[in-house]
Design a protein. Structure first.
Length: 52
């Protein structure tokens, strides 16, 4: 039986990276997790997308 994969190339997994001012870097699977961590840190730091 033939594969019905659609022929699309696999997507690169993306992580949400929280960069804190003290140099700490944490990575999360969802934006909501990164945002919650940022709030726990006092609302500081920046959230960026990064390829895994």
């Amino acid at each position: 039986m033939a594969c019905n994969c659609g022929g699309a190339s696999p997507q690169t997994p993306v992580l949400y990276q929280l960069n804190l001012p003290d140099g700490t870097i944490r990575q999360y699977v969802t934006y909501q997790e990164a945002l919650a961590a940022q709030q726990r840190a006092g609302g500081i730091g920046t959230i960026t997308l990064t390829a895994q």
